[in-house]
Design a protein. Structure first.
Lengths: 331, 265
């Protein structure tokens, strides 16, 4: 594709800036050289596993994991749409392998790190697989709290934010209160609410609700307030009812700001969820980490932390997708 | 169904700053009125008053005898930008307006109608395109198609071609005239804001020249040049040249050494 561009440029000598030559001249296909750093570090990692260290037996899980990551990365690299995407797949794989290699060397080979606190990768992976059913149970329990609290906050703050943002008198009347209430860190409510409500679960839902409510509400109000006047006028000349104006003009126009508020709210929710679980739960992913650290079982703590990391990344990716879909109309 | 528009003694101020003073304009049904004037003289404000987006401080606007009380679907409006909703495709923008104008019809009929209207501005292929995927000229064509789609007796256009290059602009002027001159379009009364003298003469049956500080009428010209008018033939038309000279004089005259000009016909 780009080679024809180069030829077209060649027909007009002098018009093609020389600096563009090498960058554009490379074929748009796959450069195997991109995979070299990741491949080299993977080879080093595999070599390290073959080299007998402190651990007993062959680190099967680690090798399987490393090769599995490699297969996924290779597939994504082949299917990636752009050169930038291909390069970043390789870079991410290289960084992941570097971490694994350093971790392996520091724990299994040179014992630089305390084995009580830092299990080697092989042990961690094995424990992860073993603990997965329990972890998934914990996740289910956590997600129920998260979805209830966040869902209730979204269901209430979105319509309320639309209404308050649209009625400017109400907006001005309410804004001093939202400014104060919205800035109180919701964590400080936890002990109070735990005493106020009968069960731990209801208390955590309320805490998450409070934490998620304000970011969505404040961003919805701001989004509505900042809707370009021209769009409102376009709605007014179509003689829209207030209801239709809010749902079909103001809501979509404010959606970028609402999405910002909602992702912030989701971050807060997760933070509050784990904090609440640490304080008083008997299930959940935050509880899991807290529970085993009380028993000084730091291997399970590490596994729990890694699991939480994976969950957060998955949720973040999903919401980013959703946001991109909802806002695909923006250029 | 033609609608006569009567603007009587209209005055308007933004928070105490007078913008329009004692404006009188009468447009017969089917007139194409161009509002011509320097920047800031209140052309957009006048159009917004007719659209019902602002309320006059004094005087009245009557459309077909009825005083304007607010926005309504009897007036199709095209703004310089922001006319289209960016989250709806071109087709859905038309469907949305059609649903408002003709509630109770089936959605399938609206979609079919929207396709046909886009076809009239040669954009049948743009039905599923988002405004951000269209060029500025295409967007304005969609906006014009939408204004015509609901078949309002009155069309209000605020510099709809202001942001376009000269060639695109010329094409869109032709599109607009073609729509206005169809049997269903000819009945429409049009108010068209511009600060381009040539555009005004090419399109209008009446040109109203406004002056600034505060906005008021400096002159009214009947454009008695035969249609179809083409840019090329106008260049050698003595009537056109005379009208153009008179308008340019009025526009560039320093407002303090001119009294309120009377009606020039
Ligand atoms: N929302 C507003 N608030 C206060 N003053 C305004 C507002 N809109 C317009 N004005 C003032 O009213 C006057 C007329 O503005 P208007 O937009 O009608 O001018 P215009 O003739 O359309 O100018 P242009 O050719 O630049 O579009 C200007 O002096 C402007 O400052
Ligand atoms: Mg204007």
């Amino acid at each position: 594709m780009s080679s024809t561009e180069i030829r077209a440029g060649g027909a007009h000598p002098g018009t093609q800036p020389a600096a563009l030559g090498p960058a554009r001249g490379a074929p748009a296909g796959l450069h195997w050289s991109q995979t070299l750093p990741a491949g080299a570090i993977l080879a080093g990692l595999l070599l390290a596993t073959a080299w007998p260290g402190s651990e007993e037996g062959f680190p099967l899980y680690l090798v399987l994991f490393a090769v599995g990551v490699g297969v996924v990365a290779l597939a994504r690299w082949r299917l990636a749409g752009s050169d930038v995407a291909r390069q970043s797949v390789c870079d991410v794989a290289a960084i992941l392998y570097t971490i694994l290699l350093a971790w392996q060397l520091a724990t299994a080979h040179f014992a630089v790190l305390d084995p009580m606190l830092f299990p080697p990768p092989e042990l961690t992976l094995r424990l992860f697989v073993k603990e997965l059913p329990d972890l998934l149970d914990c996740l289910r329990s956590s997600l129920i709290l998260l979805v209830s609290g966040f869902g209730a906050a979204l269901a209430l703050s979105l319509p309320l934010g639309l209404y308050v943002g649209w009625h400017s008198r109400l907006h001005h009347a309410v804004s001093p209160f939202t400014k104060i209430l919205g800035t109180i860190p919701p964590v400080v409510f936890i002990p109070y609410i735990v005493h106020l409500l009968p069960s731990f679960r209801s208390a955590s839902i309320v805490v998450i609700f409070i934490g998620a409510f304000w970011p969505i509400f404040i961003n919805t109000v701001a989004g509505v307030f900042n809707v370009p006047k021209g769009l409102i006028d376009s709605g007014r000349v179509l003689n829209l009812s207030t209801r239709k104006m809010l749902l079909r003009v103001v809501l979509p126009a404010a959606l970028p700001s609402i999405c910002t508020g909602a992702s912030l709210a989701l971050c807060f929710s997760f933070l509050l969820l784990t904090a609440a679980e640490v304080i008083g739960a008997n299930s959940g992913i935050g509880w899991y980490v807290h529970y085993f650290s009380d028993f000084a079982d730091y291997h399970r703590v590490v596994v729990g932390i890694i699991f939480i990391g994976i969950v957060v990344v998955a949720i973040t990716l999903a919401t980013e997708r959703l946001e991109r879909h909802l806002l695909r109309w923006r250029s | 169904m033609t609608k006569r528009v009567e603007i009587e003694n209209l005055s308007f101020a933004y928070r105490g700053n007078p913008v329009l003073r004692s404006v009188n304009i009468t447009a017969e049904g089917g007139d194409f009125v161009c509002l011509l004037g320097p920047s800031g003289c209140g052309k957009s404000t006048l159009l917004r008053l007719i659209a019902g987006l602002e309320r006059p401080d004094a005087g009245s606007i009557r459309i077909g005898g009825a005083a304007v009380a607010g926005p309504g679907l009897d007036r199709g409006v095209v703004f310089q930008d922001y006319s289209l909703f960016p989250w709806l495709t071109a087709g859905e923008n038309l469907v949305f307006a059609l649903e408002q104008a003709f509630p109770g019809r089936r959605r399938r009929d609206h979609v079919e109608d929207a396709r046909a209207q886009l076809g009239r501005v040669h954009l049948e292929g743009a039905f599923d395109k988002l405004p951000s995927q269209l060029s500025g000229g295409m967007r304005q064509r969609v906006a014009i198609a939408r204004a015509f789609a609901t078949d309002p007796p009155l069309l209000l256009m605020d510099e709809p071609f202001g942001a376009l290059d000269a060639v695109t602009r010329a094409h869109l002027q032709e599109h607009l005239l073609a729509l206005w001159q169809t049997p269903s379009g000819a009945a429409k009364t049009v108010f068209f804001v511009t600060h381009d003298v040539d555009e005004a003469i090419l399109l209008a049956s009446t040109v109203v020249v406004l002056g600034a500080n505060p906005g008021r009428i400096r002159g009214v010209f009947d454009i008695d040049v035969e249609r179809p008018r083409s840019r090329q033939s106008l260049q050698s038309n003595p009537r056109y040249l005379a009208l153009r000279a008179a308008m340019v004089d009025l526009l560039y005259e320093r407002s303090d050494d001119a009294g309120d000009a009377g009606t020039l016909q």
